[in-house]
Design a protein around this ligand. Structure first.
Ligand code: HEM
Length: 319
């Protein structure tokens, strides 16, 4: 999708839409007005995926529910029941409201075309079912993940910790001022975003099914697990593995092992990533394209530190 000319046309127009929507947004604006920040990310994702449609604030606010309700998605069934299905009902309503946004924006035709184009065995009985399933993926993985990435990036650039980030899990190393953070971003914006996500992955774990019986050591004891067993792997721990990453807690967008991070369910950026990681996130390019469009603008809206401030910073760093 990211290679198509219509995708590239929308991507080219995206900075203009962002600047119009939130003129002169700065990093502190993004952290202080998180709801507006999330609406902006939603509008960008929708623009890129839904044929260049820029959402209103009220429709974007509905779709931010895919980020703000994130904790409800991961609760096990029995916890949901203990909470009288409050979380499940919220998500059900969110799915209904999301399909209504599609209707209001007159985007149904896209899903009619998609359903007709599917081979008969995959075709859904109703188009609304396909719309719901597609928007579930766009919302949960796309909106939730990209919002999380942008929130972490805005915080790290100001040397702050994002919400729910455990203290002591990042060392900003040589990047000891906002000016140095911005400089690092400008040097290589994609590497900067990838390093933010290595340290604070938007999706912390993923699941798969064992294809064959496997012996695994659990708490020092070998156990055999049958093929078909469900398993969960923790991306956030893999991204801090000392065997793979040199000084894993140190924030360093220039690290040579950066692309070994499994943030997008595979080592994105290594040769043959799609072949080696068949379930690598299909939205990885889109998420980085949206985040770079936002941050390329925002860092340029930051007040330029006067020479005097930079001089003082380097003196404090030396002392
Ligand atoms: C920073 C942003 C994102 C991160 C970190 C991320 C990460 C991931 C991860 C870890 C998975 C595997 C989950 C699992 O199998 O349990 C996944 C799957 C997926 N992602 Fe993303 N994602 C992001 C953005 C997006 C975007 C923007 C889209 C599209 C709008 C998207 C669409 C998908 C889909 C459809 C899957 C399921 C693929 C499959 O199972 O074959 N993601 N993503």
């Amino acid at each position: 999708m990211h290679g198509s000319s219509s995708y590239q046309t929308r991507l080219k127009a995206l900075p203009g839409k962002i600047a119009e929507d939130w003129p002169k947004a700065t990093l502190s604006d993004l952290t202080e007005d998180k709801a507006r920040h999330q609406r902006l990310v939603v509008k960008c994702i929708f623009w890129m995926m839904m044929g260049g449609e820029w959402l209103s604030d009220s429709d974007a606010a509905i779709l931010t529910g895919w980020r703000t309700n994130a904790s409800f998605f991961i609760l096990p069934r029995f916890v949901q029941r203990l909470a009288f299905n409050f979380g499940i009902n919220k998500i059900k309503q969110l799915r209904i409201d999301t399909v209504k946004v599609i209707e209001r924006r007159r985007q149904q035709d896209l899903f009619f075309e998609m359903n007709n184009a599917l081979p008969p065995r995959f075709r859904r009985d109703t188009v609304v079912q396909l719309c719901d399933e597609t928007m579930y993926a766009v919302g949960f993985a796309g909106i939730g993940g990209t919002c999380a990435m942008c929130e972490t990036t805005a915080a790290f650039m100001q040397k702050q910790l994002p919400d729910e980030f455990p203290s002591g899990q990042v060392n900003f190393g040589g990047y000891d001022s906002k000016a140095k953070m911005i400089e690092a971003y400008k040097k290589d914006n994609r590497a900067y975003l990838k390093e933010c996500c290595r340290i604070d992955p938007p999706v912390t774990s993923a699941t798969s099914v064992l294809k064959e019986n496997q012996d695994i050591i659990l708490n020092g004891v070998w156990k055999e697990f049958q093929a078909g067993t469900l398993r969960q792997y923790t991306l956030s721990l893999a991204n801090r593995d000392e065997k793979t990453f040199e000084q894993p807690k140190v924030f360093n967008p220039l690290r040579t092992d950066l692309n070994q991070a499994l943030t997008w369910n595979g080592a994105y950026g290594t040769p043959g990533d799609e072949k080696n990681y068949p379930r690598i996130c299909p939205g990885r390019y889109l998420s980085l394209d949206v985040a770079t469009a936002i941050f390329d603008l925002v860092v340029n809206n930051e007040p330029v530190p006067k020479n005097h401030d930079l001089h003082m910073q380097s003196l404090t760093a030396q002392s």
